[in-house]
Ligand binder design. Structure first.
Ligand code: ADP
Ligand code: GLC
Length: 485
């Protein structure tokens, strides 16, 4: 079986969040179970800056979109995990700083529609150039139009029998545009009639268009698959269409890249460790203290951490509200994140006013994310919703205990610690409030004071297997079902 993935991100070349981690690992995991998988990605400036350019295989070819022809060249590269990546080269659209947001204005690029429209149309062209495909697998709103385009008109082409699947990594980002943009993408006119597949409250909704057109729908955890059909809190207005297509919707949880995230050989860490010998973890904690300017000789205070996009979804406001009480309880906090200016400023101010308790780094810093995962004792994820979430899994693997809101993939991967049985891998809470976060963190800190219990809890997390193998086998079965129609 041959599957062509289409996505706007791919780690380690172009990463904003967990989508990149998934598209950077899933194709390789699929190959290991006998699915021949490749990925189409724009050739962004940051990909080039990493020395990745690929070899030209076709083009420039005029990709038509909105009455214009965009010259696109297909370049073939090999991902570090071994799978083929087709890079779409179109400098006018992709040779600039930023993936979704213009770093100058902090707003989405005004030609967003063209950037991702050309990704979709270009991917369908690439698919035809590169042979036959059983499935096109689009990820999120940026690639969803490829599914709608495929359904709308590739009869009598090599794609005639290609089926399509769409993964929803986050139903909160839907690709909304003025309705007239449907013409630019050349989606069928009927799609934009009120209540039509691409119409959403008078606007064009690319995710909805993809949901309606795909042969199969997938999301990244079982709980989130139930949540998104349950109501607007998780479905963001798409719960109705998702409910109508619920028989096509599966939840297959993400794995993690257990090679890139391995405390026993992580090149970013000042010291390495594993479940049997965790002594190197103390060295990692010391290194975080050094970075924060804290006393390195006293590591006794519990170290909490947040590594996250700083947006409402992740509940940074709950951490900010809980902060005084967290620090008064004797804990310290390190924060690495970027996102909305309001949250960035609030964490920066908090660090300036209580420098002995909180240290903040605003920005995106992959090596530092690894060092914080290793150096912290407790990892906070008070997400309002979390389709899967990867950091809780990285945390457990790094012996760092997650405190999570029990939603989506967090609910599926973190088990509440039970001091009587010695089972469990973290601490969970239900209400999206700072009080609930504080109560769960208090349970974590109480357990931290009992070294035996803590060692057991850490061990339980480190022993969990979050590798991609199981997920890849489930994808394969699902693909085969979709392929049979
Ligand atoms: P989401 O995709 O919603 O952001 P995930 O938990 O699935 O959430 O994945 C987030 C990924 O992005 C993780 O690999 C995390 O380490 C990384 N990440 C988030 N913010 C930063 C940052 N500021 N610097 C480095 N890595 C980050
Ligand atoms: C999204 C979600 C996150 C998920 C990631 C990868 O960005 O917010 O929960 O882990 O996609 O699927």
């Amino acid at each position: 079986m041959r599957v062509l993935h289409v996505a706007a991100e791919c780690a380690p070349w172009a990463k904003v969040g967990g989508l990149a981690d998934v598209t950077g690992a899933l194709p390789a995991a699929l190959s290991a179970v006998g699915v021949d998988a490749a990925l189409v990605l724009p050739l962004y400036r940051e990909v080039r800056e990493r020395g990745i350019e690929g070899e030209p295989v076709a083009g420039p070819f005029p990709v038509r979109l909105g009455g214009r022809a965009w010259p696109v060249t297909l370049r073939r590269a090999t991902h570090p995990e071994g799978f083929p990546v087709v890079l779409l080269e179109c400098d006018e659209l992709y040779d600039r700083e930023g993936i979704y947001v213009d770093p100058g204005t902090r707003e989405p690029f005004p030609d967003d529609l063209e950037r991702f429209g050309v990704l979709c149309r270009g991917a369908l062209w690439a698919a035809q150039v590169l042979g036959r495909w059983d499935l096109l697998h689009a990820h999120d709103a940026h690639a969803a139009a490829a599914v709608a385009m495929l359904a709308a008109g590739y009869r009598h082409t090599p794609l005639e029998w290609t089926r399509s699947v769409l993964s929803l990594h986050n139903a909160g980002y839907q690709g909304l545009h003025p309705l007239a943009a449907a013409a630019t993408l050349e989606l069928p006119l009927g799609d934009t009639r009120p209540g039509g597949p691409a119409e959403f409250w008078g606007r064009l909704n690319l995710l909805k268009a993809g949901i309606c057109a795909a042969d199969g729908l997938h999301t990244v955890s079982e709980t989130y698959a139930r949540e998104i059909v349950s109501g607007p809190e998780f479905g963001f207005g798409l719960e109705g269409v998702l409910r109508e297509r619920a028989d096509r919707l599966v939840g297959i949880p993400n794995g993690i890249d257990t090679r890139a995230w391995d405390p026993s050989r992580d090149p970013h860490l000042p010291a390495r460790y594993d479940a049997a010998d965790r002594s190197g973890k103390a060295e990692c904690k010391r290194a975080v203290h050094r970075l924060a300017g804290w006393d390195e000789s006293d590591l006794s205070r519990p170290l909490l951490a947040v590594v996250s996009r700083l947006v409402d979804q992740k509940g940074p406001d709950l951490v900010l509200e809980a902060l005084p009480a967290l620090l008064d309880s004797g804990a310290r906090l390190v924060v690495l994140g970027a996102g909305s200016r309001e949250y960035e400023d609030a964490f920066t101010r908090a660090a300036a006013s209580r420098p002995d308790g909180i240290w903040t780094r605003i920005g995106f810093d992959e090596p530092l994310a690894h060092r914080i995962e290793a150096g912290a004792d407790v990892f906070l994820m008070p997400s309002r919703y979390e389709p899967c979430g990867l950091n809780q899994m990285y945390s457990m693997r790094y012996g760092t205990v997650p405190v999570v809101r029990a939603t989506g993939g967090l609910a599926d991967t973190v088990l509440e610690w039970d001091p009587t049985t010695g089972r469990g891998t973290g601490f969970r809470f239900e209400a999206p409030t700072s009080e609930a976060l504080l109560a769960a963190t208090a349970r974590a800190l109480e357990t931290y004071r009992d070294p035996h219990a803590w060692a057991r809890l850490v061990w339980n997390g480190m022993a969990r297997d979050f590798s991609w193998e199981g997920a890849a086998a489930r994808y394969k079965d699902w693909y085969e079902g979709v392929g049979r129609g």
